[in-house]
Ligand binder design. Structure first.
Ligand code: GDP
Ligand code: ZN
Length: 459
């Protein structure tokens, strides 16, 4: 159905092996032109999915390019549902590139980013939400977000969405039935059915949406800002967190950047710590980046760690900082408890009521465990696992769920107000369509293209 595509499937750089993947109805024919070993086309079924030893040559001059192991898989039981050949060659940039080149010269086209997965979708092997989960798997930053993506790949979201769409179809059937008898008002039983089913749809959509916040955190990391006036211990805190927890990605601080981001994994929660203070020590945030930008940063943060030094009296600056964050999710850190105490816990409570307060001595390593425990309870309280809570992790899915929620609410309202049933039908249909865009049943080509553009090449 589609042309034959090829790409390097492994990450760029030096490695033990590299893999070039070919997919399409000419995959085997093209591979046979460049592979010298047994003829792949003539291989028995028993040899399918087994590695075959041979060489890649350039058929133009017969020169060897690399010693390889090839494997072939006949569609439809492949990732793309097409014939697939994978060539395992020596890792490193040159062998994979030269093998890819000779494959392209012999009839394959270079795959676009995500095109293998796109074909898996277009050929009906996975739905759109599952294809998106593939991308999330690749870019997962913590074990938890990996588990959640795997769950989605297995269809957790798709199954629930399909269930809701089934109910909507039932509703449409009820609507159709009463449109056939226009002279009557909606029958009581139809009305009740629509009402009940509509409520069921709404509650299922709401339940899915309630997982989106957790999902977003897992996907993007909890945006966290460390605030406090100079010398209270912000850098020490940052360093202690980085030391005790696995840093996920470390940005190299650029000379022109005044804000450093670090990803850390604290008890399964990915934190994107925006380190305004910096490991570099000119760190009066307000002075350095300006009050407005500091406000902006705080506004965008999901969480603020605010640090006070309780070995000194609170200053105007401490109070100003507290003012800035009173409506945010905050963990208050009263640091330097190893020194004589000048500020009581009550005083801090007055300043920032209803926020958890953790007493620490960062230099002595006291209080950090409690800080992490508090953080975890703040976001994932209860005994439901994170995995089950985060069914929706994707912004696109969330937006569609919000639209679908509005549709079904409109339908329910209209029903209650006795608005003609064909108007209600429109809302139910819209709801059904919006949900279908999640799984890709009702999605347009340009949206599909946009989704797969974000993939990496070779996947
Ligand atoms: P920042 O300016 O807020 O980033 O503060 P720093 O982390 O640079 O710390 C300022 C000073 O306070 C340093 O000399 C730290 O060693 C010290 N400090 C940090 N935490 C503690 C603590 O818990 N107890 C004591 N006694 N000193 C601390
Ligand atoms: Zn500092």
């Amino acid at each position: 159905m589609y042309d034959t595509i090829a790409a390097i499937a492994t990450a760029p750089g030096e490695a033990g092996i590299g893999i070039v993947r070919i997919s399409g109805n000419k995959a085997i024919e093209i591979a046979d032109k460049v592979f010298k070993g047994k003829r792949i086309e003539k291989l028995s079924e028993a040899e399918e999915r087994k590695l075959i030893y041979g060489y890649i040559i350039d058929p133009e001059d017969g020169k060897k390019i690399d010693e390889v192991l090839a494997v072939y898989m006949r569609g439809p039981y492949t990732y793309t549902r097409e014939d697939v050949v994978e060539i395992n060659c020596h890792g490193g940039i040159i062998p994979v590139r030269r093998i890819l080149e000779v494959i392209l010269k012999n009839g394959a086209r270079l795959a676009e980013p995500g095109e293998f997965t796109k074909r898996a979708f277009l050929n009906g092997r996975i739905d759109l939400a599952q294809a998106e989960a593939v991308m999330d798997l690749i870019s997962a930053k913590t074990d938890t977000s990996f588990d959640v993506s795997l769950n989605q790949l297995e269809g957790s979201l798709s199954k629930e969405v399909s269930k809701v769409r089934e109910i909507l179809l039932k509703m449409l059937a009820h609507v159709e039935a009463s449109i056939d008898f226009p002279e009557h008002d909606i029958e009581e039983v139809t009305y009740d059915n629509l009402q009940n089913e509509g409520k069921e749809v709404l509650s299922r959509i709401e339940k899915l949406l309630s997982t989106a916040d957790t999902g977003k955190i897992l996907r993007e990391g909890l945006k966290t800002v460390i605030l406090g006036k100079p010398n209270v211990g912000k850098s020490s805190l940052m360093n202690a967190i980085l030391r005790e927890n696995r840093a996920i990605v470390t940005d190299v601080p650029g000379t022109t950047r005044d804000i450093i981001e670090e990803y850390v994994n604290i008890r399964g929660i990915p934190l994107k710590i925006i380190d305004t203070a910096g490991i570099r020590d000119t760190d009066d945030i307000v002075e350095r980046i300006g009050v407005e930008r500091a406000k902006e940063l705080v506004q965008r943060a999901d969480l603020v760690f605010v640090v006070f030094d309780i070995s000194h009296d609170l200053s105007d600056e401490d109070i100003k900082i507290a003012e800035l964050i009173k409506d945010k999710k905050v963990i208050v850190i009263t640091n330097k408890i190893d020194l004589p105490k000048k500020v009581s816990k009550e005083k801090i409570k007055e300043l920032l009521p209803d926020k958890p307060i953790i007493e620490t001595s960062i230099v002595e390593g006291v209080g950090l465990d409690l800080l992490e425990e508090t953080l975890k309870n703040m976001f994932f309280s209860g005994d439901i696992t994170i995995k089950d809570r985060a069914i929706v992790t994707n912004v696109r899915h969330k937006d569609l769920l919000i639209k679908a929620k509005k549709n079904i609410e409109d339908a329910l309202n209209s029903l209650q107000m006795g608005i003609p049933i064909d108007c209600i039908e429109v809302d139910i249909k819209d709801c059904w369509e919006n949900l279908g865009q999640i799984t890709g049943d009702t999605v347009t080509d340009d949206i599909i293209d946009r989704i797969f553009e974000d993939f990496c090449i070779g996947k």
